[in-house]
Design a protein around this ligand. Structure first.
Ligand code: TRP
Length: 337
């Protein structure tokens, strides 16, 4: 078997909300970068999905370009992975229409993410929101994906993708679509990055993110404001969550010697959190600066972005249209004349 055939296929979509933070990077993007060597990767920007929340055309376009630039700046390599914009591959919308004929109102209404969104935005419960998992299934199975690296919040959508794929295979008595499995990283690669507000993880909606593109001065301000306490009173005292979070972040971005230095200070009750935060801010900045420079460079190079998008779309369309031709034939469309 050729090397090309033996590699499994991976698909993952990213909504164009822009501005990746350290949590996105260490929790996901870094793993995408590693996967491009071992899998046929399709990473795309889910601009059609984002229409469910009615962005303005200006914001939508800015978001798409920003995500594209950020992913490239992080090391997603268009010569290894296929990186494209969802709406550049209209075949997916066609497959979505076909899958919709076998997606039932009851199961769509029961989806947790639909119920959540409907509750949060009762004035905008549109049909696109209801059929969001169907479009997501089409995104995945149109490339016959084997694995989908997604976070916990997307597991139900992925389960539905498997359901729609199975249903299609049964209905036409043909094993066209492999069943896409969630991709689970082997533990050590997946880092949960804490926030700086004392508890929980770093998240966009939590408003506690440190962004890769962020200005060094702003990063310093955010880190210096991180929640701490009045300091340890006993030798080798257990660290309360906000302090543990600072150490966790430090382990991610600083050298082992730096971490050890502050561990010692903590354990001997001599720690000065101000010093620790200053060091942490500098190490975060040292980590983000090269990425930030690349983001800004790439973002300004419209010709390069356009080339990446065009070439990605071409590769994605080749794969999508091959599957779609098989689908239409099975359904009984396009094979009469
Ligand atoms: N729903 C995903 C999210 O919000 C984005 C997405 C769209 C996606 N299509 C996909 C993820 C296909 C993986 C595969 O994060």
């Amino acid at each position: 078997m050729s090397e090309k055939k033996s590699k499994k296929t991976v698909v993952s979509g990213i909504r164009p909300t822009g501005n990746l933070h350290l949590g996105n990077y260490f929790g996901a993007v870094r793993s995408f970068v590693k996967m491009q060597q071992d899998y046929h990767c399709y990473f795309f920007i889910a601009d059609i999905h984002s229409l469910t929340t009615h962005p303005t055309p200006v914001n939508l376009q800015a978001g798409v370009k920003q995500v594209l630039a950020e992913y490239l700046a992080c090391g997603i390599d268009p010569t290894l992975a296929t990186i494209f914009i969802q709406s550049d591959v209209p075949e997916v919308v066609e497959l979505y229409t076909f899958l919709n004929m076998n997606a039932y109102l009851g199961e769509l209404e029961r989806t947790t993410s639909f119920k959540d969104k409907a509750r949060q935005n009762p004035d905008n419960v549109n049909a696109g929101l209801l059929t969001y998992p169907v479009l997501m299934a089409a995104d995945i199975i149109i490339h016959k994906a084997n694995f989908v690296p997604v976070g916990k919040d997307q597991e139900q959508n992925l389960e539905m993708a498997r359901k729609f794929a199975t249903r299609f295979n049964h209905m036409y008595n043909h094993r066209l679509f492999p069943l896409p499995k969630p991709f689970t990283f082997d533990g050590k690669d997946m880092v949960k990055v804490p926030g700086l507000d004392g508890s929980g993880k770093m998240g966009k909606s939590e408003g506690n993110g440190i962004y890769l593109v962020e200005d060094p001065a702003d990063i310093r301000k955010k880190v210096m404001r991180a929640v701490t306490d009045s300091g340890p009173v006993e030798m080798n005292q257990l660290k309360p969550e906000p302090i543990q979070n600072l150490f966790t972040l430090m382990k991610i971005v600083s050298s082992p010697e730096t971490v050890e230095f502050f561990e010692d200070k903590y354990n001997t009750c001599q720690i000065r959190y101000g010093d620790m935060k200053e060091q942490l801010a500098e190490d975060i900045i040292a980590f983000t600066t090269p990425i930030r420079t690349r983001i800004l460079d790439i973002r300004n190079d419209e010709a390069y972005l356009a080339k990446v998008a065009r070439e990605g779309a071409e590769k994605a369309r080749a794969s999508a249209s091959a599957t779609l031709a098989e689908v239409k034939k099975l359904i009984g469309l396009k094979c009469l004349f």
